[in-house]
Design a protein around this ligand. Structure first.
Ligand SMILES: Nc1ncnc2c1ncn2[C@@H]1O[C@H](COP(=O)(O)OP(=O)(O)OP(=O)(O)O)[C@@H](O)[C@H]1O
Ligand SMILES: [Mg+2]
Length: 366
């Protein structure tokens, strides 16, 4: 199988005056595992349906392997789509489910079934070929759906939240399976999720979407460590957030002055003195420091409680203004405070200062 590149050029979707997707450009190289990450209703499924030909866009073009596919219906595009519901045929065996797409393409029965067996081996289900879908576990059904989609040898496989019905352990297991399968086949995967952990662990690159726009495209490290917007910073992972007005801007850093105190962090380019801004720092970059510790970013807080997550714990604190500040501490056997006063600190290079106002809510557009 061979992956193909995908390009969206100015793709737009307006439903009865409501803009679900603003003009969007996106370029995905052949063989990439690309996730589209964003909250419910931001336009992820719409974008995927346009790409695979199930939805005609209001404007723009889709190119696959460098060729415009705008005029091609879904079944003539080199794409396959796995819907969230999987839609396996309950009365057909696993093997027949996988072979189904080949029948529609006129492949002879013997060849269809042989091909289905190869694909079932690829997803490690060869011993389950004669079962019915309801005799499989959720994760196994998921793999049948993947095998069935791969049967037509798509160059691009679109997956719409395929793991959301599975329990946590299985989901984590399937993450690495899907990722390995993608690398093994070289098929371009476009993977929709609203689970940031999934996007971060599986993807070569991620598009983060918000209210009909892609706000950032980058590697998981880019997205997590250098978010381009306050939305991306807050949606991917957790943040402790301080608000204030920018007092000084120097080199790559800005200082803000707000109700909780004065703090310094790296700044995004558009930050200028006088701006209303937010400073964000990750819980794992926020720590307990000695009350008399040197350093620019310090504040007093009270420990309110802790949440054990297993390998780490969240120490929940509140500052004098009532702001909740969470510290992500390793559960390494050291004694961590459970109550009382604490001094919290973080390094300027671990914090980021960005414009406070998110993009204005998308007004209904004609
Ligand atoms: N056929 C349609 N007609 C009118 N509005 C639509 C249609 N399809 C989608 N929408 C609207 O477009 C927006 C984007 O929908 P979409 O299904 O793409 O969101 P999503 O990001 O996939 O969300 P979720 O994570 O909940 O699946 C939503 O506000 C939705 O109500
Ligand atoms: Mg959706």
């Amino acid at each position: 199988m061979n992956g193909k590149s995908v390009e969206l050029v100015g793709v737009t979707m307006v439903f009865d005056g409501f803009t679900a997707v603003y003009p969007t450009d996106l370029s995905i190289p052949a063989g990439e595992f690309h996730s589209i990450l964003g909250p419910s209703g931001c336009g992820k499924t719409t974008l995927l349906r346009i790409l695979s030909g199930f939805q005609r866009p209001s404007g723009g073009h889709v190119l696959i392997g460098g060729e415009a596919v705008d005029h091609l219906p879904a079944n003539r595009r080199p794409t396959a789509m796995i819907f969230q519901s999987l839609a396996l045929f309950p009365r057909m065996s696993v093997r027949e489910n996988v072979a189904f797409g080949l029948e529609a393409r006129g492949v002879a029965k013997r060849e269809r079934l042989a091909r289905a067996d190869e694909l079932l081996a690829l997803v490690a289900l060869e011993t389950h070929a004669d079962k019915k879908p309801d005799q499989l576990s959720g994760g196994q059904r998921q793999r049948v759906a993947v095998a069935r989609a791969l049967a037509v040898e798509p160059a691009v496989l679109c997956l719409d939240e395929p793991l959301s019905a599975l329990d946590l352990k299985l989901r984590q297991h399937m993450r690495s399976e899907l990722r390995a399968l993608q690398k093994r086949t070289g098929v371009t995967f476009i993977y929709i999720t609203h689970d940031q952990g999934e996007a971060l662990t599986m993807s070569d690159r991620i598009s983060v979407m918000n209210r009909g726009r892609i706000e950032q495209v980058g590697t998981p490290t880019d997205i997590y460590d250098a978010p381009a917007t306050a939305f991306v910073a807050g949606f991917v992972g957790e943040q402790n957030v301080f608000t204030g007005r920018v007092t000084t801007v120097e080199d790559g850093y800005a200082r803000i002055d707000g109700p909780g105190g004065s703090f310094t962090g790296r700044r995004t380019p558009e930050i200028a003195p006088g701006d209303q801004a937010v400073l964000m720092v990750r819980p794992e970059r926020t720590g307990l420091v000695a009350a008399d510790a040197a350093g620019v970013n310090r504040l007093s807080a009270r420990v309110e409680g802790r949440e054990l997550e297993g390998p780490y714990l969240n120490l929940v604190t509140r500052d004098a203004t009532g702001r909740r500040i969470v510290l992500h501490l390793s559960n390494d056997g050291r004694a961590h405070p459970t109550e009382g006063a604490a001094t919290i600190g973080f390094r300027p290079e671990d914090a980021i200062v960005m414009p406070a106002e998110a993009r204005p809510a998308p007004a209904a557009e004609a």
